[in-house]
Design a protein around this ligand. Structure first.
Ligand code: HEC
Length: 162
């Protein structure tokens, strides 16, 4: 019984892995502008700002508010202060720059502790979770391409005045 569950679980993981592998290869092809922006949307489906907001407050997804205060997301508790507040961020950065910050914030801020949400290779010492084995690249990205577009769509609504 236990074995069946284990086998089933590995199948599910393998399936998820296959879907993510496509995005992993795709993420390796993204090119950044001089200041770390990514001009081309990652998908053909326009971003959904409501879904973006949900991703930002969900622990298992973006979990952005663990580091950033965002007034528009004040329905969710516990906003962190590790990163700058994101109020008015659409007045500071254009869409390409916001996308670049999400894909790999180090292209904008070298050495930042903000996670790269759509990066799958080029890590210094990647490991397989809970094992001591090295992980093989491309690694699955933290968010999907569509998640990135949804979050960019939400961030683009954060102007100082509406
Ligand atoms: C571990 C903490 C952490 C998490 C999680 C995090 N960030 Fe950040 N973020 C930072 C820090 C720190 C900076 C400032 C860059 C620097 O100086 O290192 C930053 C900068 C930014 C900026 C640029 C802000 C500005 O005014 O220049 C944006 C936009 C941003 N983050 C969006 C997000 C989004 C959206 C998420 C979730 C998908 C997220 N961040 C998750 C730490 C984090």
């Amino acid at each position: 019984m236990k074995q069946t569950a284990t086998i089933l679980a590995s199948c599910v993981i393998a399936l998820a892995g296959a879907a993510q592998a496509d995005e992993g290869a795709y993420a390796q092809e993204i090119s950044f502008g001089e200041y770390g922006g990514v001009a081309e949307p990652l998908t053909d489906t326009p971003g959904d700002p409501e879904r973006g907001a949900e991703i930002m407050v969900t622990k298992s997804e973006g979990n952005c508010i663990s580091c950033h205060m965002v007034s528009a997301l004040d329905f969710a508790p516990f906003h962190g202060e590790v990163g700058p507040p994101l109020d008015g961020v659409a007045d500071r950065w254009d869409e390409a720059q916001l996308r670049g910050l999400l894909v790999d914030a180090k292209q904008t801020y070298p050495g930042t502790i903000m996670p790269a949400y759509f990066k799958t290779s080029g890590y210094v010492r990647p490991g397989q979770a809970f094992t001591k084995k090295p992980a093989e690249e491309p690694l699955p990205p933290l968010l999907s391409a569509q998640d990135i577009e949804d979050v960019v769509a939400f961030l683009s609504t954060l102007h100082w005045e509406d």
